[in-house]
Design a protein. Sequence first.
Length: 377
Amino acid sequence: MRYIHGFRDGAAAATLSKQLASEVDPQREYHLMEFCGGHTHAIFRYGVEDLLPGNIRLVHGPGCPVCVLAVPRLDAAIELARQTEVTLVSYGDLLRVPGSRRRSLLKARAQGADVRMAYSALEAVQIAAALPERQVVFFAIGFETTTPATAHLILEAKRLGLRNLSVYCNHVVTPAAIQSILDSPEVREWGQVRVDGFIGPSHVSAVIGSRPYEYFADEYQRPVVIAGFEPLDVMQSICMLVKQLNAGRACVENQFTRGVTRDGNCKAQGLVAEVFELRPSFEWRGLGQLPYSGLRIKSAYADFDAERRFSMPVLPVRENTACQCPAIIRGVKKPTDCAIFGTVCTPRDPIGSCMVSAEGACAAYYKYRRGMAQAAL
């Protein structure tokens, strides 16, 4: 814990705040996107925004894996879970995400479906071994952080010869989402969203390294600073971005040197490459169909692919028009711009995915800034 406390020191934060005030150019604005929802929560939990100069604007990005899951794919999982011979296993926050018609996996469980929460992907192996008469499906989701664990699950299931275990793969890749933001009409054509630089994700980067972001710095001339999740990490990263922008530079810097290298975790990358391959196209909530942005299970491991084992039609559905999650994911709107934020839509009874996850922007606003938002009304 002493290492964590060192990155939450109030005196150090005050020093960084003064340094930022001296570094910023009062004649310009700095629009910085924190890609990862973990950074969004750290920023609000520790009041980082209150320590920043007023001309530094933070834009919330799409780095919440639960938030970007397309509703049709969630609906397909709910229908699968309702089959009598299926036991569906997934991470806890995914169980509460609303699909179409206000359904969710948690509500399906209340109606009799065998839906179980897991803290680790390997728990699905234990469940499948204990229930040989049932079809156990692991609902896999996440960026590069959780993908190696799913690959390990499949390799372990093959080693053990488990014929009743399969994976519904919804893993996505970070670089595709960043490129989607930079290529979006809101950024390139309409000017609705301004992104001068990125606060890069730390856990994802611990796996893939800092090298993949070099393309965005070179091609789009947007600096990227990979940041840890503690408040001083975020503040130092913002300072590094401001210095780059002031100097007219655009490169990749690594503030989180205690966890990230340029090449990343090569063993984890090897596991993923063994089991998964890129899909030609994959649908994201708020971002639409993105080329080569999602992963699927290779044909060599087809026996463990739930999409091949079961009939799982992914049917188009309309978004709830009252929910602004798609616009929030793209950085076009803030949670407080949504008319149902904190009233009809709450963490107890969410309408949109951004209010569910521990990395969702709406959940962060509700938990840490709801009182301020109500006072402003």
